[in-house]
Design a binder for this molecule. Structure first.
Ligand SMILES: [Zn+2]
Length: 266
């Protein structure tokens, strides 16, 4: 395996989503490859900073920002990274700065619980992680998740969109099904990426209204639509504007289950 083969999967590795065999292969490579090892450390530092940024009280960001940037700098000097890594770190540090700056705006109380779920979904969608299965029928996607998640996964049929594939991801600390669709809201426009997270909330802890009452929030340049179908919460992430987003939503005929899974038969 070369660095180029491995680097798209570094964040998956850092997330701890590899199985034992994959992890062993990656560990073996990292032992002999300072460049990839540096990227892994940077990704871990970046994710840790994101996690802290989500609940930093208003007084802390300046100090925390300084420590994060100083830490990245020191690590960079120690590792004598090649130019590509240096560039990546600069980007990561800048992003951390933006995020911490953003956390100032939340004020003393921080983001609401719902906004934290919105942010988490937008961030994980933006990471563009590789899909684990692609080009399979929605029924097969539901079956694929069967052994991997404790909850059922209903794959909604979005309007003017086709299912591209799926993977496991998370929203905050909840394991989630992540479905990616190619959406084409206008016939003459290029297809756009839409990410849909499905996760369990059978205790009703996530503020989300039952479908078709879909609420749309903004985060990191994305529109994020949130709704509930029974014990499942859905978060749809897209860079489409809100009217176009709403045109994608599954239709809900009166008396039918609000979001029909592909496997639903009346
Ligand atoms: Zn390498």
């Amino acid at each position: 395996m070369t660095c180029r083969d491995l680097q798209p999967f570094l964040s998956t590795y850092v997330d701890g989503e590899f199985d034992a065999a994959e992890r062993a292969r990656m560990d073996a490579h990292l032992e002999g490859c300072p460049a990839c090892a540096a990227l892994v450390r940077a990704e871990a530092a970046f994710l840790a900073a994101l996690g802290r940024a989500a609940d930093v009280p208003v007084a802390a960001p300046a100090g925390l920002r300084h420590r994060v940037l100083a830490g990245l700098d020191a690590e960079d000097r120690a590792a004598r990274r090649p130019p590509g890594v240096r560039t990546w770190l600069t980007v990561a540090a800048a992003l951390v700065g933006v995020l911490l700056g953003g956390s100032l705006l939340w004020g003393r109380t921080g983001p609401s619980p719902r906004q934290r779920y919105v942010e988490s979904a937008a961030l994980n969608h933006a990471r563009g992680l590789p899909l684990e299965i692609s080009r399979v029928a929605p029924e097969n996607v539901e079956a694929w998740f069967g052994g991997k998640l404790d909850h059922r996964v209903a794959v909604p049929r979005l309007q003017r969109a086709s299912l591209a594939g799926a993977r496991l991801l998370h929203v905050q600390d909840r394991p989630a099904a992540y479905l990616r669709y190619d959406a084409q809201p206008r016939p003459d426009a290029a297809p756009r990426d839409v990410g849909l997270f499905v996760f369990d909330d059978h205790h009703g802890e996530v503020p989300a209204a039952p479908y078709p009452a879909v609420e749309v929030a903004r985060s990191r340049g994305y529109n994020v639509a949130v709704w509930r179908d029974g014990e499942l919460v859905y978060e749809l992430v897209t860079d489409l504007d809100e009217p176009e987003l709403r045109e994608l939503l599954p239709s809900a005929p009166a008396g039918a289950p609000p979001v029909r899974p592909a496997s639903y038969t009346p």
